[in-house]
Ligand binder design. Sequence first.
Ligand code: ADP
Ligand code: MG
Length: 639
Amino acid sequence: MEKKLFQAESKRLLDLMIHSIYTHKEIFLRELISNGSDAMDKLHYLSLTDETARGVVDKFQMKLTVDPEKRELILSDTGIGMTLEELEANLGTIAKSGSLQFKEEMTKAENHEQDTVDIIGQFGVGFYSAFMVSKKVTVITKAYNSDQAYCWESEGADGYTITPCEKDGVGTTIIMTLLDDTEEEKYSEYLETYKLKSLVKKYSDYVRYPIVMDVEKSRPIEKEEADENEEIEYETYVEEETLNSMIPIWQRSRSEVSDEDCNQYYKEKFYDHEDPILTLRVNAEGAITYKAMLFIPSHTPYGYYTKEFEKGLQLYSSGVMIMDKCADLLPEHFRFVKGIVDSQDLSLNISRELLQHDRQLKVIASNIEKKIKSELQKLMKNHREKYEQFFGQFGLQLKYGVVSDFGMHKETLQDLLLFHSSTENKLVSLKEYVERMKEDQPYIYYACGESVKKIDQLPQTEPVREKGYEMLYLVDDIDEFVFQTLMKYADKEFKSINGDDLGLESDADKKQMEEQIEENKDLLTFVKEALKDSVHRVILSKKLKSHPVCLSSDSPISLEMEKYFKAMPGGATPDMKAERVLELNPNHAVFTALQDAYKNDQEKAKKYAEILYYQALLIADISLEDPARYTDLVCELMK
Ligand code: ADP
Ligand code: MG
């Protein structure tokens, strides 16, 4: 008999399983049961749509058997089975979802020297987990529509054998010869009825098919003539017991299912080690009847912000799983949501591909989107801390959602956003901001920067602060795009404190400003000429109070956006530049010095202009192209 070698990647995963110091080895049973359940789903699905598949098996069930003498734990299912090619492909290579994802994460973790052990619990580690507890694994399987059964056998090490064999009926039987007991691990526990019962209850209670086991029980022997003085005698007998409750958790009423049950279900099903932040349940009746159980994770999953991340909800039709990740059920902006949808109204006789275009799905998707939004709003209102934790993880996703598709989803998302407030010194929503706006306040003011602390120091914030108005501090690159997309909230426009008109001056202020501009017309032209193309315009500032200069932008691209574009791979193209405006404070002593120099010593005035421009750059947190030139100029003044 020829021994085949495991594919290299499988080998690595296998080694990991065999030498695993992972403490939750018991999850192997969950993995094998879930495979059995998947295999029965497949056959069940076929039998609903394909005449010939009907009646292939008389009972969909899994059976656990033990043989203590041989140290064998046996799990058999009446699922779709595997052909010779499938055996080879599925158990000899890592081709499949759970294990593949696991393998990728392992590689990533190894590269980052992360704790690899921790990761095992978070993924469907799949079939190979059987080797965590077994010295030998034998798989006997007969595929639907096939007359020949095959036996796959491996002791882990480096290879496996496949031989033709006999098997009654379609399905798969997995025989695990358990490892010898050690100080730390009592593998023989997996031969004990109580242990197996508790593992099934713990990990596989909601599996839709019965998981049965022959359980030894005892009962009193009934006698024809009972003699009161005689001791009652007992006899043992064997009874097949179903170990799992089978009713899927989402089909149970809320009163029957505790929060703890939901959390446990979520963690097992979606391989998370933390409870979800929110669990939503939908029980819709009417035009279309369905139940949904949705979860919002408490942290971004591995690779969440990458292309590889696949969104979607698991879709069931009357309890039969028809799609693992139905992407159409979730909008992009809520792609972090996990969960299942089960509807009896979805027609099963259409193919899985066609189902994606089902009108009913659209109705469900739209209801689900509304439900997620309203539950998040409730969370924000009633459990602020939790909401902020959620926002810390997925806020960026919501902001991307506002900006994407030309702002199509802004109405849905705007009330879920939070920004840092200058007056509250915490995160606030747009609604909260607008509700406490002062009567005379014309705009929603915002300021952009790298951090709250840096924004706080910007001279441009002074006039708004002086008025006692609240400002929103935008520290994420995308924030400004979000405001540009929203344009308004509750009829109030957004106003950057970098704009040259903040709408703060009185009529008298305006008049005074006009006079000042007139008086200094020549000086402003002079400064502009001195600075050449570095700036687009030089103006007298309406907003500076105690600082002499600042920089703002004439184009829709702000200084912050320009920085963001510059940091992008490939850098900014020339049209992605802010048109810089140098604002001078006409009421500052430095400005008087500039005026004097302009009158008396124009060479000196040129240098002043340059210095002021450099200072404006520094305040805006833009690095100087020629810092030596700046220090030279300052030194000259000090001489
Ligand atoms: P996953 O379940 O994530 O696909 P596994 O490693 O658990 O990964 O299983 C690999 C593949 O082997 C499965 O996708 C399935 O095709 C096949 N398989 C495993 N167990 C069974 C079974 N009991 N019956 C039929 N096919 C099975
Ligand atoms: Mg699996």
